[in-house]
Every structure is written in structure tokens, then in C-alpha cells.
Design a protein around this ligand. Structure first.
Ligand code: ADP
Ligand code: MG
Length: 701
């Protein structure tokens, strides 16, 4: 069978052999024929063009030139010995340099012989040279198949030195293609191929390596990109379909006294329409008999905590326990405080379990959870520990989801015989394209409205020289009874220096805002939890006016009277972080302000980040810019998922194609949910093949 041929170990391919096979596996992750087929060139070079040597004007781009050898020299000694071959064309000369494999190449270059050279020039002492170029004699070049384009493959130094230059890869790939011709299975059905006018798969493989022209290259790329995106979508949608068919969920059939009682007598304000809408969605989902896996997106301050609480009450009304997990202790403490306050007077037992919960307290909490006496437990990662066992856990709410790994969530599942419903809350708006890919199997609820009476936060950019103005503004605001955050960056790589900056900043602010007129707090991650909490509490209670902090206050902290956020070295923060930090203000009825302080020298990305923050408070717009600046690989939550392992497609640039792929995958499943139709067997076979290649998928949720 054809598929088997594609699974042949690559070493069996003519021209590869065990040694290069091993190298391909280790250096390029290529083990099979199929892997080699999908080891795509990252660009093509026009073979008909030779760059005149005197026109070389930039480093690190591949060029092709030709010329005659004018000189061959062995220079240096021992470790620094190198071979220098000078080549000239009609316009100038350039040195080709080898540091390794010298004995292997040196006899090839006789003076006067004519060579075609391919490689990346680098500038050294004002002169371009090419180290370890790929070379072939003019005679070899002419007798080669006359493709107009040369594919260029990634080839590590080690590969190059061991007979796996980009030319060599191109050669074995050509051999491969001639061998597998006629047996590369089509993976799409005819109706999809026709609808999108896609190139056949085999043709696409041939042309992505050896295209006759750039137009056909593009068509080949589009076809194979579509495959990548389509099969991701199909797998996510099937995974979701499968889960809802197979995994039984606890049925929360009713909304009972707790929910209704809370709604009638304890709710401190009218719910927004958006909150009502998502509670309805969640309720329907939890009552459906399927296990819920839902992502609740709502911008900072949109009131997710209340939604979570009301959903937990539904769980309680049906005789189940619920838990709320937060990424930090500060946040867990705050949720605990908020929720106990909201539930005051009701017959609901709530407790808190974090890393700093004393052993003696734990010994009380564990059995109460196990007996079901405790209804709601709020906490951090500590809840994941094996010692924490429930009587009947019905709902897990995860706040600020991106800090919890997939595996950790999976562990919560196992705490109950029937997996609990899972509600994942995030205030980091996920760009739609990314949500479609990484969370494509989750259902989505969006709170797209802020509680009434909020004024849009005004954001300003100041250079360091504007500090005096900023201090004046702070004095004014404090005189008006407001409180202020001043945030300093802190990253691991420069932690010591950053902590010093924070301390210096704090000392300086104490001088600018002297006691007893002014009071300041400081919080940073290195402090003991109880010290941190004490300072936070002072600020929360209005005992201190200025909170100087690192990003530990980034998530969730809720002090409605704080209306000014000053961010020092704002250029060092990422966009989503800036957005989160800004979300700490604007929680009360007063006009809030965010002041971004930066140095004079901004990188172009830094400038875009600051300008974006000044321009908009829309989390979705901000996350789109963020995705464009950083690329999906860097966004939190995507790396560990393994889903975005795309070779060709780019979820930002190929958004259109991604949307088409999702729509078509959905349509396919609507028409043929089990993929039983004969036309769809190609699709099924390829899905099976993909399944055999990746295991991470079992873990998504
Ligand atoms: P987030 O979605 O960022 O977690 P919170 O749940 O912390 O937001 O809510 C932000 C603030 O808005 C809190 O002070 C909360 O009490 C308040 N809030 C939530 N819902 C409403 C509402 N419907 N009307 C007025 N205020 C609300
Ligand atoms: Mg929150």
C-alpha cells in the first residue's frame, strides 16, 4: 500500500544510507519518506540568475554566483586553520572559506576551474566572504535537470558538513518524488477540491519542492496549507463531537433555592445583559447531560467572578460541590473574600486552600471536602494535590486560565468519577484566529459588555522627563480621595536589577510623597505571602494611598477606589500585560487614568505597543495587535498545546484560509458526522495517519 511506502525509514532512500539517515533524524526530525516529503524548502532561488560579485550588498541572504578560482590557500594553524578559495567573476572577487572538512574539499578547487557557488555572504573586515558555501562545477550545473528554481532547505552546519547541504537535500527529495509518484494518497474529497479549486495533493508536493514558476508554487503552498488547517479543525471538531457523545456529564437539572435565593436577596446589583446571557448558556450546558468544557471570555472588569459564583450555586443546588482555582494566592484570597462577602447570611460553606494554608487547617479542610460538608473550595494549585479529595465535585472554575497547564486541568478531572463540568475564565482576550485553533474544541461564552456606569480609562504616554507632571497629577488625584498603583517591570532574567529598581523607585516616591501626608505600600513576589497580603489589605482598605508593585498585581486584584495606574518602563511590558494592568483601574465610578512612562528610545514594536494602548481599550483589538507583533508561538497557552505545529500555514497571515478550513470541516461533519460516506474515506485514512503521529491530542481540553 502506498501509505506504507511513505512510512519507509528515510535511510532506505537511494543516496541517504544509515549515516545521513541518522543525521536527518537527529538534526531535522526527518525519519520517514513522508517526513522528507514534508521537509519543505523555506524559499526558492532563481537558478537562471547569478549575482555579480560587486552587487553583493547584504549579509545573510542566499545568493547564487559563478566565477573562476584564482587562488587556494590554507591559512592559520591547528584549531584556527582554514581553507580560503578566492573566486572572481567579471565584476570582482570573493573568498569562500572552510573551517571544517578542509581535506575533503581542498583538492576540488584547482586554479582556473569554473564554479557555481551558493550560500550566505557575511561581512568580515569590510569584505564579503561566504563560509561553507555549496558549490558545483559549471559542468555539473549545466547537466542538472533544468529547473528554473532551486529549493532552499534548512540545513544545519552539521548536516552541511556531512553531505546534507541544501543541494543534497534537494537531490534526495527529487529521488524520493520520482519514487513515490503515483502513490501519494489524496486526502480531500472531490467536492472540497472542486469547491476551493485546490491542486491535487501529489501535484502539490511535487510543485512545492520543484515548481516551474512562482504562480504554481503559490498554488501548491495554498493546497498544503489548507491541509494543515483543515485537519486541525476537523480533529478539534471531531474531538468535541466525540466528547459530547461519549463522556457523560453530571446533569444539573434544576436551578434551586441557593441560586434563586441569591438572585433575589443577595445580588448587590442588577446583572448586565451579557452576564445573564452567559449564565443561561452555561446553565443549559450543565443541564444537557454532556460534560461542559467552556471558555468564558470577558474583558477585565466585566464581572466574571459573579458569573462563576452563580454557576457554582447551580452545582450546589443539584447536590454537588464546586471549586474555584486561581493562579496566585493574592487572587485566591481575594476571590475568597469577595465570595464569602456575597454569600454572607446564606447557608453555604466556603473555604480557602492555598500553598500557605497551615497544615493544621489542611487537616480540617481535607475531611470536610471528602465528606461533602464543605460546598465551595477556593484556592490555587494546592487544590490539584492528590490529598485533596471531594465527595462529589460537580464544577471546576479555573480563573485566568492561561496560567494553568493542560495537564493540570486534566488532573482536576480525575478527582471525580464522572468528570466535573469545567469553566475556564480568561480576561486575556484571545484573538479569534487563535481561539479557533488552540481552543477550537471548547465552547465559548463571551461577556461583551461592562457593568454600567464605567467610564473608559484615559491612557497617556509620558517620557521619563514627564515625571514631575505625573507626580502633580498623582497629588491631585490623592487629594480627591483616589488611590494609585505604580508598577515596575520584573522579569526573571534581570530579577536582581529589577528588584533594585523597584526598591529605588519606592524610596524615591517616599521622598516625593512624604509621610505623614502620604502613605505608601509595596508588594513584590519575593515577599512572604502574609507580608504581601498585609500590604494588599492596607491598600484595599484605603490605609495606604500608593501601591508600588511588580506585576504580582497583574491579575484580578480589585480595589475600586484605585483610579490611577502608573506603569514605569512601560516599553518593557507585553501588550496583554499592559492591558491586564490597566484593567486594575476603572473599576469604580470615577474617571480612571493609565499613565505609561517610557524612555526616549523605543523600538518600533515598543512604540506600536504604547500607541495601541493609548488608542484603544478594546481587549480584542489589543490581542490582535499582540498576535501580529509576537506571532502565535509566543502567546501564552499555545506553546504547550502542540497544536500549532504548522509547517506552512500562519494563523495570522492565513486567517482567510483558516476560516474557510473551519467552515468546511464543520459542514463536512454536519453532513456526514461519522465520516462514513465512501467519498470521505480518504479523509478518514489521513486522520488515522495523523493520529498515529501525534499523541498530544489526547490531552487537549
Ligand atoms: P473580572 O471579569 O475582571 O474578573 P470582576 O468579577 O472582578 O471582573 O468584577 C469587576 C467589578 O465589577 C467588581 O467590583 C464587581 O463587583 C463589579 N460588578 C460585577 N458585575 C457587576 C454588575 N452587573 N453591575 C455592577 N458591578 C458589577
Ligand atoms: Mg477576575
Amino acid at each position: 500500500m502506498s501509505a506504507d511506502l511513505l512510512q519507509t525509514p528515510v535511510e532506505y532512500l537511494k543516496g541517504v544510507g544509515p549515516k545521513r539517515g541518522e543525521l536527518l533524524r537527529k538534526e531535522a526530525g526527518v525519519s520517514t519518506y513522508y517526513d522528507l516529503l514534508t521537509y519543505y524548502p523555506f524559499r526558492h532561488v532563481d537558478r537562471s540568475r547569478f549575482l555579480p560579485i560587486n552587487e553583493i550588498n547584504s549579509e545573510n541572504v542566499y545568493i547564487q554566483l559563478h566565477g573562476k578560482v584564482t587562488d587556494v590557500q590554507l591559512a592559520g594553524k591547528g584549531r584556527s586553520s582554514r581553507l580560503v578559495v578566492s573566486i572572481s567573476d567579471a565584476t570582482g572577487s570573493i573568498d569562500l572559506v572552510w573551517f571544517q572538512g578542509i581535506s575533503w574539499v581542498k583538492d576540488k578547487f584547482t586554479t582556473g576551474s569554473e564554479w557555481v557557488v551558493f550560500g550566505k555572504p557575511t561581512l568580515f573586515s569590510g569584505r564579503y566572504n561566504i563560509s561553507h558555501p555549496e558549490t558545483e562545477t559549471m559542468a555539473e550545473f549545466i547537466t542538472q535537470p533544468s529547473d528554473p528554481f532551486h529549493p532552499v532547505y534548512n540545513s544545519s552546519e552539521k548536516m552541511k558538513l556531512n553531505g546534507l547541504s541544501t543541494r543534497a537535500i534537494s537531490k534526495i527529495t527529487r529521488t524520493l518524488i520520482s519514487q513515490v509518484k503515483g502513490v501519494i494518497p489524496e486526502t480531500l474529497n472531490n467536492s472540497i477540491l472542486n469547491e476551493l479549486r485546490l491542486m491535487g495533493r501529489e501535484e502539490a508536493f511535487l510543485n512545492i519542492h520543484f515548481p516551474p514558476d512562482s504562480e504554481i508554487l503559490e498554488k501548491a503552498r495554498a493546497r498544503l496549507k489548507f491541509d494543515e488547517l483543515f485537519f486541525i479543525q476537523l480533529r478539534l471538531l471531531r474531538y468535541k463531537q466525540n466528547r459530547s457523545e461519549k463522556i457523560r456529564g453530571n446533569i444539573f437539572a434544576k436551578v434551586g433555592d441557593l441560586f434563586n435565593g441569591f438572585y433575589k436577596d443577595y445580588l448587590p446589583f442588577e446583572l448586565t445583559n451579557a452576564q445573564k446571557k452567559v449564565i443561561r448558556e452555561i446553565r443549559a450546558d450543565m443541564g444537557s447531560g454532556r460534560q461542559m468544557n467552556r471558555l468564558l471570555q470577558g474583558d477585565v472588569g466585566s464581572g466574571k467572578t459573579l458569573v462563576a459564583l452563580m454557576c457554582m450555586l447551580i452545582a450546589l443546588d443539584n447536590g454537588y460541590q464546586a471549586c474555584l482555582m486561581a493562579p496566585t494566592e493574592i487572587l485566591a484570597n481575594q476571590h475568597y473574600a469577595t465570595i464569602t462577602k456575597l454569600l454572607k447570611g446564606m447557608d453555604v460553606k466556603v473555604d480557602l486552600l492555598t500553598g500557605s494554608t497551615k497544615k493544621s487547617r489542611r487537616r480540617e479542610i481535607h475531611p470536610m471536602l471528602q465528606s461533602g460538608e464543605l460546598h465551595i473550595i477556593i484556592g490555587t494549585h494546592a487544590l490539584i494535590e492528590d490529598a485533596v479529595q471531594f465527595s462529589n465535585l460537580g464544577l471546576v472554575v479555573v480563573d485566568e486560565q492561561h496560567r494553568f497547564g493542560v495537564a493540570q486541568r486534566a488532573k482536576m478531572w480525575s478527582k471525580s468519577e464522572v468528570p466535573p463540568h469545567v469553566l475556564v475564565m480568561t480576561a486575556t482576550p484571545i484573538p479569534r484566529t487563535l481561539a479557533m485553533t488552540v481552543y477550537g474544541d471548547l465552547d465559548l461564552s463571551v461577556i461583551d459588555e461592562l457593568p454600567p456606569g464605567r467610564k473608559a480609562i484615559k491612557t497617556y504616554h509620558f517620557y521619563e522627563s514627564g515625571h514631575e507632571k505625573v507626580y502633580n497629577f498623582m497629588r491631585q488625584q490623592i487629594a480627591g480621595g483616589r488611590q494609585i498603583y505604580v508598577v515596575y517591570p520584573l522579569i526573571e532574567e534581570s530579577e536582581m536589577l529589577d528588584l533594585k529598581n523597584l526598591q529605588d523607585g519606592f524610596d524615591h516616591l517616599k521622598q516625593v510623597f512624604p509621610a505623614p501626608q502620604y502613605t505608601l505600600s509595596m508588594v513584590q513576589g519575593r515577599m512572604k505571602a502574609d507580608e504581601k497580603d498585609a500590604e494588599m489589605l492596607k491598600f484595599k482598605n484605603g490605609e495606604t494611598q500608593i501601591m508600588v508593585a511588580t506585576t504580582v498585581i497583574e491579575v484580578g486584584v480589585d480595589v475600586p477606589n484605585a483610579s490611577v495606574m502608573v506603569i514605569e518602563n512601560a516599553e518593557r511590558f507585553g501588550l496583554s500585560q499592559l492591558h491586564q494592568l490597566r484593567g486594575r483601574v476603572g473599576r469604580g465610578a470615577d474617571q480612571s487614568h493609565c499613565l505609561l512612562m517610557t524612555g526616549f528610545n523605543l523600538t518600533s514594536d515598543g512604540r506600536i505597543r504604547i500607541e495601541t494602548m493609548v488608542r484603544t481599550t478594546d481587549g480584542f483589538e489589543i490581542s490582535d495587535v499582540d498576535l501580529k507583533l509576537r506571532g502565535p508561538g509566543d502567546l501564552e497557552g499555545t506553546r504547550q498545546s502542540g497544536i500549532l505545529d504548522l509547517k506552512l500555514a500562519d494563523i495570522v497571515r492565513d486567517e482567510q484560509l483558516l476560516r474557510a478550513a473551519r467552515a468546511i470541516a464543520q459542514k463536512l461533519l454536519d453532513v456526514d458526522p461519522q465520516l462514513l460516506h465512501p467519498d470521505n474515506q480518504r479523509i478518514v485514512r489521513y486522520l488515522d495517519f495523523l493520529k498515529s503521529k501525534t499523541s498530544e491530542w489526547a490531552m487537549i481540553s
